[in-house]
Design a protein around this ligand. Structure first.
Ligand code: NAD
Ligand code: WQD
Length: 340
């Protein structure tokens, strides 16, 4: 069994990816410091796959922790690096904490991997690197725009670091630029666990319908779009997780064509905020209380992916729909809140 390190593997995307890796026959070591997750996620993963991943409670932004981790698991053959802080607004308040956590972790991992000739690395990047793109759908060739937040900048700098570090071929990288991950595992055993007030649309919707929040504010109804609300490419987290397995297989089988490859991960379809609400209402039969509010600073009008590269090269494409994602997000919220 090939052993894979998943940093941040107790988090939202990392936990779903761990499940898909285990289903494909990989053995997973999760390293997470629980800064934005809970230990019980291990139970959820085990309930789905019947296998409990190895777990190391470590801080990947500390060199000593990374060193100790790779010393303890010399059989690790690849690293999928999810561990990062990801709240855009918080990154404006605490920029140094974001740069330190997101960039120190990346550099220490790369240094410790290169020292061991461990060279398969998958990086969680983001569509945020494109900013307000000039053309839709967005291809991987679209220019990188100045970052709107320290968080976004950590993804841009992270990609730059990887580009330089991989030039001599000592590390083989696939950077995956996620569009908007949503939904939860259909089993309701794992899902998103936002701390405090959710910043993202879908957890805000599910918490509102669960009665935790009085109403959803729809940020902006004066965008130049079909209904005035902003457009995003919402991708089911299980589809996203499967793409990581495809990327890892490509690296492990040495099929990558350059030391750093970049792929968009989305559905290729844009949905407005109102369409997300309608999809939620259709599959759950619940109405979403909302009102319009001004645009949110830093939000772009529209962003959806051209996914043809991931499809032709990774042989991956999304399979689940926005409605599937809304159903699974709601079932997960119900489970967390113990709603019948
Ligand atoms: P998450 O917060 O749910 O998961 C991240 C996990 O990393 C958490 O379990 C947290 O405890 C852990 N972590 C953070 N810093 C750590 C450290 N120094 N050492 C060890 N563990 C640490 O986030 P997510 O939504 O699963 O995102 C995973 C990755 O994908 C992140 O890199 C994020 O920036 C990126 N990403 C997320 C989205 C999104 O909308 N969710 C979109 C694009 C990119
Ligand atoms: C989606 C749409 C909001 C909340 C963020 C990060 C990005 C990436 C993915 C990590 C927008 C609207 C939202 C609400 C609303 N993360 N909205 N009311 O902003 O596209 O992307 O997550 O890399 O970097 O910026 O996602 O879910 O916050 O918003 O109307 O209460 O929903 O304005 O149009 P976003 P989101």
């Amino acid at each position: 069994m090939k052993k894979i390190l998943v940093t941040g593997g107790l988090g939202y995307i990392g936990s779903h990816t761990t499940v898909e890796l285990q289903k494909e026959g990989y053995e997973v070591v999760i390293a997470d410091n629980l800064s934005n997750s809970r230990l019980e996620v291990l139970d959820g993963i085990e309930a789905i796959t019947g296998q409990r991943p190895n777990f190391e409670k470590l801080d990947i932004s500390l060199r000593g922790d990374v060193h100790q981790l790779l010393e303890k698991h010399p059989e690790i053959q690849g690293v999928i690096h999810f561990a990062a802080f990801k709240a855009v607004g918080e990154s404006v308040e605490k920029p140094l904490s974001y740069y330190r956590n997101n960039l120190d972790s990346l550099i220490y991992l790369l240094e410790e991997m290169i020292a061991r000739e461990l060279d398969h690395f998958i990086f969680s990047s983001s569509c945020t690197v494109y900013g307000e793109a000039d053309e839709m759908p967005i291809t991987e060739q679209a220019p990188i725009k100045p970052a709107e937040s320290p968080y976004g900048n950590t993804k841009q700098i992270g990609e730059e670091i990887l580009k330089d570090a991989s030039k001599n071929g000592k590390i083989q990288v696939i950077a995956l630029r996620y569009f908007n991950p949503v939904g939860a595992h259909p089993s309701s055993e794992i899902g998103e666990l936002p701390l405090g007030v959710p910043q993202n649309l879908v957890p805000f919707v599910t918490q509102t319908v669960a009665g935790v929040r009085p109403e959803l504010k729809v940020f902006g109804n004066d965008y130049p779009t079909r209904d005035g609300t902003a457009i995003r490419d919402y991708i089911h987290v299980v589809d996203l997780a499967r793409a990581h397995v495809a990327a890892l297989n490509r690296l492990i089988n040495e099929r990558n064509e350059s030391p750093m490859e970049i792929f968009n991960l989305g559905t290729g379809k844009g949905s407005t905020v109102l369409e997300v609400i309608q999809a939620f209402e259709k599959v759950t039969g619940k109405s979403v209380p909302y009102s319009f509010a001004p645009r949110r600073d830093g939000d772009v009008t529209e962003a959806w992916a051209d996914t043809s590269l991931a499809s032709s090269v990774l042989g991956w494409h999304s399979e689940l729909t926005l409605e599937d994602a809304m159903r699974d997000a709601w079932n997960w919220e119900r489970k967390v809140r113990e709603i019948e």
